[in-house]
Design a protein around this ligand. Structure first.
Ligand code: ATP
Ligand code: MG
Length: 417
């Protein structure tokens, strides 16, 4: 049994140390090297090695060959306290054959580190790091192994495809979305040839599964520069295949105005209004986006509600107090105001008013004074009238015209009398 590791990096470093004890080459690889160099926290630590999957499994019995055909073994490592174990992906250095379906190599061949770097997507993702055994927990003590000039690109903030950009995107169309995701996450610039190759291949993106497209796009919208992501998608002609609609060159006025606390459905709504303006209420668009991005029911419903709230907010001043309180109690209220403000509406005034309602002694959504049982007790049959009476009574309550149960019941009696 190996010694427990205090964190995910140390688990990977110990795996590397053991592989090296057995005469193998092993490095930290890809995203974790990139992130450590720019001072970001790596999501996970991947190891790349010349040991075959069989050797890795023999050395680490607590492991699983998840992608044996691709040379990937998941190694579980005991953790100290709290956590049960660390999960590290250990992949054998590989070269990839042709991608006849544009998403998965037809075959892989095990090889050396340099060739393995060469099959990766972007130079900043093609770096390896050899930990310093004396400073295992200090990434700045690692030796960086760079076959692809990834370090310079990382320092200069450049996303550059490794090798021939056109070929690389032709092998795997998803890389086009990855380029945009990394550029927007890191605030990097997509190098000219890489950028031109994306434009040239953009129309083939639709050959990738909708789940994978949606996953990348939602990840971009969750990142630190969602408006840049949307802009880059449009600049690279990726919007059409991404959304299953025509290319659109409208300016992203609304997307750019949303504040950082806007959620993903709010960002989708802003993008949709930027693209479709007056037509945004057309339910077919949300339907199309839902299938194009494989949105969940919840995401779709929230997107619909946000869009539907826009014209309503426009009419805010004309609504009764009860109607305004009902709106302000809406689960998407806060996000809808962010969108409304980005569209140019006077969200501040509405927000102030709604805040005042919340503190008026009655509140936005007080417990109803009466319920269906009270109507049943009065001999009323459940039905449309039932619901209307309860709603009307609640409106009066929200407006402060029914302040206690007796008053509410008396009102009901007056209605059914
Ligand atoms: P993230 O922080 O988003 O996980 P990452 O760079 O770790 O970023 P992963 O998808 O976890 O990305 O992949 C790990 C590594 O595998 C990448 O750094 C890259 O070297 C390589 N890789 C992943 N996807 C591809 C791809 N589609 N084509 C080529 N190489 C890829
Ligand atoms: Mg990763």
């Amino acid at each position: 049994m190996p010694e427990p590791a205090a964190n995910a990096r140390l688990a990977a470093v110990q795996i590397i140390a053991k592989l090296k004890e057995h005469g193998q080459t092993a490095y930290l690889a890809g995203g974790c090297v990139r992130d450590a160099l720019i001072g970001a926290k790596p999501k996970d630590y991947d190891v790349a090695t010349d040991a075959t999957p069989d050797m890795v499994q023999a050395l680490f019995p607590d492991s699983a060959a998840v992608g044996a055909a691709f040379g990937v073994v998941i190694v579980y490592f005991p953790a100290t306290k709290g956590r049960t174990r660390w999960v590290t992906e250990v992949a054998t250095f590989r070269a990839e054959g042709a991608y006849s379906d544009g998403r998965r190599p037809d075959e892989v061949r095990f090889t050396n580190a340099e060739e393995d770097a060469g099959r990766r997507d972007f130079t900043i993702n093609g770096l390896f790091a050899e930990p310093n055994p004396d400073q295992p927990d200090d990434p700045s003590a690692d030796t960086i192994i760079d076959f692809v000039q990834g370090r310079t690109d990382l320092e200069n903030g450049v996303i550059r495809a490794i090798g021939d950009a056109g070929e690389r995107f032709g092998e795997d169309y998803l890389r086009m979305l990855r380029a945009v995701r990394f550029a927007s996450r890191l605030g990097f610039f997509i190098e000219a040839k890489t950028s031109a190759a994306i434009r040239a291949h953009a129309r083939y993106l639709g050959q990738i599964s909708r789940e994978r497209i949606g996953q990348e796009v939602l990840a971009m919208l969750q990142g630190p520069r969602p408006a840049l992501a949307v802009d880059l998608l449009q600049q690279h002609n990726l919007d059409a295949a991404t959304l299953n609609e025509d290319l659109n060159r409208h300016r992203l006025e609304i997307s750019k105005k949303l504040p950082a606390r806007a959620h993903v459905p709010t960002r989708l709504a802003a993008w949709l209004v930027d693209r479709h303006g007056e037509q945004s209420q057309d339910a077919r668009i949300v339907k199309r986006w839902r299938s194009a991005l494989a949105l969940s029911n919840d995401q779709r419903d929230e997107l619909n509600r946000l869009l539907q709230l826009m014209p309503t907010l426009h009419e805010w001043a004309n609504f009764s107090l009860a109607a305004r309180k009902r709106l302000a109690a809406h689960p998407n209220w806060d996000q809808s105001l962010l969108l409304y403000e980005a569209i140019g509406g006077d969200a501040l005034r509405i927000r102030k008013e709604a805040d005042a309602f919340a503190g008026d002694g009655i509140g936005l959504h007080p417990e109803p004074l009466i319920n269906g049982d009270d109507l049943l007790a009065r001999g009323l049959e459940p039905g449309p009238r039932f619901k209307t009476l309860l709603n009307q009574s609640y409106d009066l309550q929200l407006e402060g015209k029914q302040v206690d149960r007796d008053q509410a019941l008396a009102w009901i009696d007056s209605q059914i009398g």
